[in-house]
Design a protein around this ligand. Structure first.
Ligand code: ZN
Length: 137
């Protein structure tokens, strides 16, 4: 199977370009507040912590931990192979920085809460979708 058949390709806007195109450089990029150093996701014009508008894109390590997940067995789309894992990954840099994504590169039954994962990207034209795979290192 390819791992991308079921994905919807997002619309890239000026506000989300850093996130969807960071993978071109192998980087997972979030907005970062210059004032309180908080990472922000999903993108917002204003920092939700300190209300500063001084935000700029900044890459993170791309490593994180599975906070919660579900295994989808339902063939919602006949062209989409099941099962696949939908997970909330907590990024290492900040406990509140969480990303809804898919876990790939392993048997869905191996995924567990607390599992260490790292980002990998799948490219669709100029959009790079961040997925996560087991991080054994
Ligand atoms: Zn802030």
């Amino acid at each position: 199977m390819t791992e991308t058949e079921f994905r919807l390709i997002p619309e890239v806007t000026p506000e989300t370009e850093h996130f969807w195109r960071g993978g071109a450089n192998g980087e997972l990029v979030f907005l970062h507040c210059e004032s309180c150093r908080n990472y922000i996701h999903p993108p917002s014009p204003v920092c939700p912590v300190c209300l500063s508008c001084e935000l700029s894109p900044e890459p993170v390590s791309g490593r994180g931990t599975v906070a919660t997940f579900t295994i989808n067995h339902q063939p919602w789309n006949p062209s989409v192979p099941v099962p696949y894992v939908i997970a909330l990954v907590e990024i290492d840099e900040q406990a509140s920085l969480r990303l809804m994504t898919n876990i790939v590169g392993c048997d869905p039954e191996e995924v567990h809460v607390g599992m260490r994962v790292r980002v990998r990207f799948t490219q669709h034209d100029d959009v790079y979708l961040p997925l996560f795979e087991p991080d054994e290192s």
